[in-house]
Design a protein around this ligand. Sequence first.
Ligand SMILES: [Zn+2]
Length: 148
Amino acid sequence: MNKKQNAEKCPCGSGKTYHSCCEPYINGTEIAPNPEALMRSRFTAYTQLNEAYVLASWHTSTRPDDLNLREQPVIKWTRLKIIDSSDNMVEFVAVHKVNGKAHKLHERSQFIQEQGRWFYVDGDVERINIRQQTQQKDSTKCSEKLGS
Ligand SMILES: [Zn+2]
């Protein structure tokens, strides 16, 4: 990240600059203090195709071996909206594009804290293809994200 990018708004949509939002968590200089902060930093890492950070913040019990974020078709994450968050859960809508088509990912993610660090465990997912306007419920885990 260069200085110009540091002054830009954080990809997670917090309204803060990247430097004062997700960067310290992604760089490892600070620990995300709660599930929402971790969730935001993970979203930002997805926008950066930062597979190492996404995996490092994933609990070992559910962590995939790899995510292949750079494999085609690359998913372009564009927008995050936090709907609700509690002490171990974050509900959000994340907009992303696959092959130019916009999709919404609506997920309730579970988080766990171990030795002071928060980790993503798993989530219940509802995928919505914006263009087709069909709301297909997907009760299975987000297999695309889990890389399985
Ligand atoms: Zn952020």
